[in-house]
Design a binder for this molecule. Sequence first.
Ligand SMILES: [Zn+2]
Length: 102
Amino acid sequence: MSKDKPRCKESVQGEGCWRSRMCSRYAVKGGYCHQHHPDTVKKRAEARDSRFKAHWDRVRIRSDKQNALSDFVTAFRKYYAKRLYKDRRSMELAWEKYEDHE
Ligand SMILES: [Zn+2]
């Protein structure tokens, strides 16, 4: 075949750069490379979620109510890409998901 191999259709964000560019890997299935295939992305997200939950369960025990949110933000940033939670609203939604507000 003389045709170029199809490339992954995911766009990725450059390090320290707000602009995104296309992933440079070849597509292997469903138009995505291994790393960006929805199955892989989902699996990685689930693994990260469970690591974060375990970590947060330990951190929250030491946190009083006043420090809990800032501890949460610190812990959260360790496990999730900052750019996903750059705005305040999405961080609040994440906080509500993990913290029990009685
Ligand atoms: Zn890719």
